[in-house]
Design a protein around this ligand. Structure first.
Ligand code: FEA
Length: 157
């Protein structure tokens, strides 16, 4: 039993923070890496945005924080897609048009999600985050993996 109530409460708070921190929705590890440094660096950041949203939701952060984090994630999605598409088109990847169409459809979905969150039609829920997670993990492991041998053969690191 700790003699000082202040310390006891601080410890409880610290434990909660540690628990939230260790509950990342997506774990960044080798299983999700594609093996191209440029792309993996961006994917890791993208995963970080989803984990930030998850953390904010678990911590019961207000709408303003959630909306700001969602906006940052949407922005980063567009940046990453544009960079990935530039790499594919510059090197003449044959699956470029199909891959870009998948990106465009996803951007339309996240913009719609953002619009609905802003309009208070829906919140940033566990279900919404799981859908984002599933899309991202599947896209990286299947669709993005497809261009890896080609880009490697072009010397992309
Ligand atoms: Fe084809 Fe890369 O895009 N991963 N994400 N998102």
């Amino acid at each position: 039993m700790l003699p000082d109530m202040g310390i006891k409460l601080d410890l409880r708070f610290a434990t909660q923070v540690l628990c939230i921190k260790s509950m990342a929705l997506i774990t960044w590890d080798d299983s999700i890496k594609v093996g191209l440094w440029t792309i993996d660096t961006q994917h890791e950041r993208w995963v970080g945005f989803i984990n930030d949203l998850h953390e904010a939701m678990l911590a019961g952060k207000g709408k303003t924080v959630l909306r700001k984090t969602l906006a940052a994630m949407v922005d980063y999605t567009r940046t990453h897609f544009a960079d990935e598409e530039k790499l594919m088109s510059t090197h003449g990847y044959s699956g470029y048009a199909e891959h870009k169409a998948i990106h465009d459809a996803f951007v339309a979905q996240v913009l719609d999600l953002q619009r609905r969150v802003q309009a208070d039609e829906i919140g940033v829920s566990r279900e919404v985050l799981n859908r984002l997670k599933n899309w991202l993990v599947n896209h990286i492991k299947v669709t993005d993996q497809d261009y890896v041998p080609f880009l490697k053969s072009k010397g992309v690191l």
